[in-house]
Design a protein around this ligand. Structure first.
Ligand code: ADP
Ligand code: MG
Length: 233
């Protein structure tokens, strides 16, 4: 029997997602029937003003937060009925997340920071060393693996954070303004690293960014308008 191609199913699919926050007496409706499909090997820019719900959308797509209504499918599997353990498991294996600030552990080297998610997943130490070294070298950090985060430049820190996010070979890579703190040349370098990973691994990528030049180099651009995801251009 022929197996159904994984490429026929969105890696992540948000269906009619609603998310609201209570602020004092007010109900803030941030997402209201948002729909978005992320596909293997496709990079999507999420471009929208501050406060419009980009981080909320990324957290929901990354199973870090649950929607109030609607469903998040990962590889076609609805996630709302999963147990906490199952969700955590899925987040670890299927999703990589990169934040605006690197969030690396300061006491650990670059190599150890990239080994950790693999060790948590239960891989043998020797395997994690091998894989972490390979990914860091691939991202141009082969000479920096023994450095602690404080001994790295901003761009290097962010590339280690990307290496950590892809350490478990996720199907989706979600990045929340990953170049927001970097100067233009460094931002370009980090962005190129992300794009290179999409090409090489066919990971589905969603990047929230204010940088229109970078957004223009991605496969697809979306925004958030009145709580819904709209396609740009
Ligand atoms: P963006 O990333 O586009 O700047 P966010 O998703 O962070 O936007 O936030 C969207 C809106 O939701 C903002 O107005 C923010 O203040 C509000 N918000 C976000 N998280 C919470 C929360 N935990 N409690 C209350 N309001 C929140
Ligand atoms: Mg944000």
């Amino acid at each position: 029997m022929e197996e159904q191609g994984a490429e026929d199913v969105p890696v992540v699919y948000l269906h009619e997602v609603k998310r609201q926050y209570t602020q004092g007496e007010k109900q803030l409706i941030i997402l209201d029937g948002a729909k978005l499909a992320l596909w293997p090997g496709q990079s999507v820019a999420l471009v929208a003003p501050s406060g419009s719900g980009k981080s909320t959308l990324l957290h929901i797509a990354g199973l870090l937060e649950s929607p109030d209504e609607g469903e998040v499918y990962v590889g076609g599997v609805p996630t709302s009925q999963l147990t906490d353990i199952e969700r955590t498991q899925m987040r670890r294996t299927d999703i990589g997340f990169v934040y605006q600030s690197h969030r690396l552990l300061p006491e650990f080297t670059a190599l150890e920071n990239v080994m950790l998610p693999q060790m948590i997943r239960g891989l043998k130490r020797s395997e994690t060393v091998k894989r972490a070294s390979e990914i860091l070298a691939y991202l141009g950090l082969g000479e920096r693996i023994k450095h602690r985060p404080a001994e790295l430049s901003g761009g290097e820190q962010q590339r280690v954070a990307i290496a950590r996010a892809v350490a478990n070979a996720p199907r989706a890579l979600l990045a929340d303004e990953p170049t927001g703190n970097l100067d233009p040349a460094t931002a370009d370098h980090v962005f190129n690293a992300l794009m290179q990973l999409v090409k090489a691994t066919r990971v589905a990528m969603l990047i929230a960014t204010h940088n229109m030049e970078l957004a223009g180099r991605m496969d697809r651009r979306v925004s958030i308008v009145a709580g819904k995801v709209v396609e740009l251009d």
